[in-house]
Design a protein around this ligand. Structure first.
Ligand code: ADP
Length: 181
């Protein structure tokens, strides 16, 4: 599914984030930035060991924030490492921390002249955020940013399984943007 948000395209696909040819892919990182399971493990395996070496120099990353590195052996030139909330730990603050992780990722993209970005579904794996709650927060945060930032031409959500894809599709329909064919 693809919609138009201002001048930009917001797209949902089912697939593997490591295979994307966008200029940047976003990693569902943890605050240490020293690797982990899920998306993080897959990105480090695909990028090669130089990615971990660069991550070690960054001094970690707080929940709701993001840091940028090169993409090394990935097709993407950059990896943006975003730290979402641990759902149970953040409690009532979880939505704002999740929205902030998406927004900070896009701010870094704008600062680096990146026009195309692929996101996974932050926080909905090991961090335990129910996908039906996370999807509208994620999509609204990205759509709000795109409305004021036409320099980002494409944001693609790359959703790993059909349950996650369907939750994002339903949430995106709920936002009422015109479909783009
Ligand atoms: P978090 O710790 O932020 O919850 P995870 O990596 O555990 O992050 O999971 C986030 C989401 O990414 C989950 O929906 C998971 O199924 C999905 N996922 C796992 N591997 C990949 C991949 N290679 N590409 C895209 N999404 C993935």
């Amino acid at each position: 599914m693809k919609v138009k948000v201002g001048e930009s395209i917001l797209e949902l696909v089912q697939g593997d984030i490591t295979q994307q040819d966008t200029e940047a892919i976003v990693n569902a990182a943890n605050p240490s930035l020293l690797g982990g399971g899920g998306v993080d493990g897959a990105i480090h395996r695909a990028a090669g060991p130089e990615l971990l070496e660069e991550c070690k120099t960054l001094g970690g990353c707080a929940p709701g924030d993001a840091k940028i590195t090169k993409g090394y052996r990935l097709k993407a030139k950059y990896v943006i490492h975003a730290v979402g909330p641990i759902y149970k730990k953040e409690g009532a603050r979880a939505p704002e921390v999740l929205a902030s992780a998406y927004r900070r990722s896009l701010e870094l993209a704008s600062e680096h002249g990146i026009r195309t970005v692929a996101f996974p579904s932050l926080s909905t794996g090991a961090y335990g955020y129910p996908v039906k709650e996370a999807a509208p927060v994620a999509l609204k945060a990205v759509a709000d940013y795109l409305k004021g930032h036409p320099e980002i031409e494409l944001v693609r959500f790359v959703l790993y399984d059909s349950k996650t894809y369907q939750a994002y599709e339903e949430a995106l329909r709920g936002l009422g943007f015109p479909e783009f064919c």
